[in-house]
Design a protein around this ligand. Sequence first.
Ligand code: PMP
Length: 639
Amino acid sequence: MTLYSMKMRASRTEDGKNEHISGAERILPESALIENAGAMIDRALHHAKGRADYIQVKIEEACPEEIGYVEALPVSTRESANAAEGKEAILSLLRKIGVENGDAVMRKFGETYDMRGAMLLDADTLERLEPDPARGIRATYMDAEHGENRAACTGKNHFQEAVVLASKVANAPHILAEICVSDDPGYVTGYVASKKTGYVRITRLKEKNDPNGGRIFLYRGPREDVPRTIAYLEKQKILVRNAPTAPAPTPPADPWRVLAEEVERRKESGLYRTITTLESAQNAHVRANGRDFLMLASNSYLGLIDHPRVKNAATEAVQTFGGGSGGSRLTTGSLPLHDELEAAISRFKGTEASLLFGTGYMANVGILSALGRKGATIFSDELNHASIIDGCRLSRAQTVVYRHADMRDLEAKIKAARPSFGIIVSDAVFSMDGDVAPLPDLLAIAKRYGLLSMVDEAHATGVIGKTGRGLAEYFGLREQPDVVMGTLSKSLASEGGFASGRQLLIEYLRNTARSFIFSTSQSPATLASAKEALSILEEEPERVARLQDNTRAFVAALAENGIETKSDSAIVPIIVGDEHRALQAAKQLYDEGIFLSAIRYPTVAKGSARLRAAMMATHTEDELRAAAKKIADTLNRLP
Ligand code: PMP
């Protein structure tokens, strides 16, 4: 059957310059010509690059004996995360094809950017072989073989057109490979094609918005055959058999390999985490791996975990109510202990009501995802705890992060965001630096702009303020933030979290906080421990005073040994800087019987790794002074 080659070229004249807009070509039976010509013209008139003012449609007869047939190259995909990875993929494919100087080839790419056609490049000498370097070589006269019934398929299929072109080119005499990067600023996928590798899509070969693209045909053969190669590329009519219309989906990666690689990456970068198991109740001294340690990393600031009253209360609760609670608070899991503990927390914090959550983490996630309604804005300190960050992520609110404790930045960001419903959230005591949030200013700003205020008192309850009531007491304020969030897992020697505030807040959270609604409530022993610890805290405020004295003594002892640091709480950061040095110091101190954490990126910024010492009311000043000296000596000894 006689076929016809049909080509369309569309351009536009702008400022006296002729600008190419679009081109297309097909090889078709007569019956499909009119419909396809219409489609091509339509494309030229409605192109993203603009409307053509000059359209040329050329139709030539192609006798059956003029047409060659080639099989489509098999298609595969290589994922690359960025342009650099994409280039690496090109180089490795070129090596496979026997081209070792891929880097030099890629340096030639810049010369192709202004060419309409491709560069024909000697793979070894890197000589350009096109007779007209400005024009380049245009591979043309080709189409996918559609067969009778699909002859009138008129849609544009960029992928299939690319495979058709690459399959023709790969079959040209002496062509080793083709490298193609699109000049479309929005299209970052390109390919390397050769008979040996097939058509390999590389998902990212350039960065988005880069308008540069080009095409290189790599040639390896006798110089006298170059005209034959060019004639094939530019004149030989080719139909490509079995050209796919879409790339096959990437086969799924072995999921276990993906996980193993992530674990390996963490090991290599010093971020792998391990667990140390304690063999005693947690107090100022602990046992681990059969040895005794001075504990300088515990959150049990008041040392109440193994207080006899706490243990007895837990035991009694288990005797009365058993092991678990048996349901969520809204189903079968509400015990008198829940109500009593909530009432005790409200009394302690001076609020109307409180709501318990399974952990402090769940409290933050539940509160913020419930308050962070659609259309709301959450203003969050950049050093807030991970559970606050996760709460923001789970919410439907927009999150705006302000510079650490910087109230000017906060106010500027509120002004810029003009929230219709907003929440300011901050750690009360920042867990890695031990400093406190500037609550008076924060509350004033919240009031000025009609926003809710929320503080996380995880490291403040039982620690700061004369009687350990937290941040408001620390600043001598009578007023609490709108949402006081806290944990039972630190000073209160148990586990769990809470929200405390107005009755309406608690009612709202009880109905909307998903980590409250859809999770089993705390068990009897947990509740009783926390309740008893809170009673001890209220009855014996001297414990808080001892904790605060201990912090002062430890900071002073560090200073005497040449380490300047400060703390407004029970957390004392000792900045080391380098991640590996911090790890090494913690390890050496561990060997000397001091249990201390090295905190590294991503918990803190890169290059600000630190030892983080946590004080307890049950430490003695003497042992803290001795520890300060050991820490200083260890740091001084490090290279
Ligand atoms: N907020 C802060 C500031 C914390 O440090 C922590 C615990 N490290 C939490 C919330 C989470 O509390 P919990 O351990 O009770 O889940």
